[in-house]
Design a protein around this ligand. Structure first.
Ligand SMILES: Nc1ncnc2c1ncn2[C@@H]1O[C@H](COP(=O)(O)OP(=O)(O)OP(=O)(O)O)[C@@H](O)[C@H]1O
Ligand SMILES: [Zn+2]
Length: 486
């Protein structure tokens, strides 16, 4: 059943600095752009916070009846050490360290990112554009900026002229005079103003990633890819642009200036996730205080990791600690055990509905949806799921529950906890456990059948075989003994 797009979704827009009602540029549709990873190393838990935060927002829009086009870029060129305008490219540096081609590095860490995201049940983007695949679009945008007098060439590089664009700083609220960018003397001398930022950089001898351009051989600056690719795939005045709080300045500020100074309408709403911290400090690659997603998943159920992340609001800090995991593990177990019990009790449940219970389930569903409509308040939504769980546990403990009510409750868990929060995906660990349990049980069953046959109880042996067939399992007698398959 598809529902009408919900007109009452409220989100916090960083640009307007307040919560506002979301109205899509095209009725029923949401265009979202998310600044994705620079693929030069394995993703860490901080990246997971961001990806899960925006995945939940996307899932909520889907739940509330919208079609979503979700574009998340992959930065594979132009992101220099320390986010600077000058210096080594992060990918090229890693390529030299690992003795790989730069594109080999980008692919290696792209696929490792995809694997992590799959494990965390993050939906795949509708489009996953790469910076190196959109050099032409970036050159076009830079040319538009030069034509309009907002960018200038200098010794084979091109810089954005911030003094020509007084709105520069409007997202982060930074006044031009307070900004300081580019400290190296050689960069200063190429720029008209130290706050100008690179759109295109001249490739020095030995720089591996290089493309031809109207300004000579070079490579794009870090910010321009997002303006070019978001406009290409989502169009003028697209709905939502997301990313980490730390990207507000200079990255998002630069994205806005590049697009708007070239005459394009840019994102209508800006959403920023807060940071995952460790010991109160932002987890980050360059600080070295990170734990990779792969390392976390080696020890923890991915659904517990996800539950931990949605347990705090996307605009709040999430502190990463063992105690936080302990809490998440217990909380998640409470929810999933009740869901399993409901599913178990469905077969054999008396027909019909318990109207009073249905009403109480509906109240928790409403509380969940109200929370999600209110700037995607996942902690409140999780609290509603706990309310639902307390309700259901009381009913289940009191005796048989009508099938219709169990079905309603099950749908609530699966649509809200599963569909919106992305939980309740069978974890690989659970699946592995299941496979082991099935194998062990089948060994026992086949041994019992052998025993029947040895004692010439053929009717019992055939009955066993038939029972297995009824659930889709076939038994074959081979020279090495009986084998079973699905
Ligand atoms: N600890 C974190 N919590 C939440 N989001 C994060 C965290 N670290 C990075 N992000 C987000 O992930 C995206 C990519 O970040 P980036 O590749 O710069 O990671 P990083 O670890 O901060 O790297 P570096 O330290 O090299 O800058 C950005 O949108 C950023 O805001
Ligand atoms: Zn970006």
């Amino acid at each position: 059943m598809t529902r009408e797009p919900d007109p009452n979704i409220v989100l916090y827009d960083t640009m307007q600095r307040q919560k506002v009602v979301f109205t899509p540029s095209t009725p029923g549709r949401v265009g979202m752009y998310l600044c994705g990873p620079t693929v030069y190393s394995d993703a860490h838990l901080g990246h997971a916070k961001k990806e899960v935060a925006f995945d939940v927002i996307r899932r909520a829009f889907l739940h509330f009846g919208y079609a979503v086009r979700y574009v998340a870029n992959i930065t594979d060129v132009g992101h220099l050490q320390n986010d600077a305008d000058d210096g080594e490219d992060k990918i090229a540096r890693r390529a030299a360290l690992e003795q790989l081609e730069p594109m080999e590095v980008a692919d290696k860490y792209f696929w490792s990112f995809v694997k992590d995201m799959d494990a965390l049940n993050v939906l795949k983007p509708s489009i996953n554009p790469r910076a190196t695949g959109h050099i032409t679009e970036q050159i076009e945008l830079i040319s538009e900026l030069i034509d309009r007098g907002h960018a200038y060439e200098s010794q084979g590089s091109v810089y954005f002229d911030v003094r020509s664009w007084p709105q520069y700083g409007k997202l982060s609220g930074r006044k031009l005079d307070d900004q300081e960018e580019g400290t190296r003397e050689e960069v200063r001398s190429e720029k008209r103003d130290p706050r100008d930022f690179a759109l295109w950089k001249r490739a020095e001898a030995g720089h591996i990633m290089r493309w031809d351009s109207p300004w000579g051989v070079g490579f794009p600056g870090w910010h321009i890819e997002c303006s070019a690719m978001s406009l290409k795939y989502l169009g003028e005045g697209f709905d939502i642009h997301g990313g980490g709080l730390d990207l507000q300045f200079p990255h998002h500020e630069a994205e806005i200036a590049q697009a708007e100074a070239a005459g394009h309408a840019f994102a209508r709403y800006w959403m920023h996730n807060n940071m995952l911290t460790i010991g109160g400090e932002k987890m980050s690659k360059s600080k070295g205080n990170f734990t990779t997603i792969a390392d976390v998943l080696a020890e923890h159920d991915p659904m517990v990791v996800r539950f931990l992340l949605v347990g705090s609001h996307y605009r709040s800090v999430t502190e990463f600690s063992e105690e936080a995991f302990e809490g998440a593990r217990n909380g998640y177990r409470r929810l999933s055990e009740t869901l399993h019990e409901i599913t178990r009790r469905l077969s054999g449940a008396p027909a019909g509905h318990d109207a009073a219970l249905d009403g109480r389930v509906a109240e928790h569903v409403r509380a969940f949806e109200d929370a999600m409509r209110d700037d995607f308040n996942t902690p409140r939504a999780v609290a509603a799921l706990f309310g639902l769980t307390t309700e259901l546990n009381a009913a289940l403990n009191a005796g048989p529950v009508a099938r219709g009510s169990l079905e309603l409750a099950q749908a609530a868990y699966l649509n809200l906890g599963g569909g919106v929060l992305g939980l309740f995906m069978d974890s690989p660990k659970e699946r592995q456990d299941d496979t082991q349990v099935v194998s062990a049980l089948m060994e026992l069953v086949l041994k019992a059948r052998q025993n029947y046959r040895l004692s010439k109880q053929y009717a019992e042996a055939d009955e066993l075989r038939q029972t297995l067939l009824d659930v889709g399992l076939t038994v074959e007698d081979t020279k090495d003994g009986p084998r079973w398959k699905r």
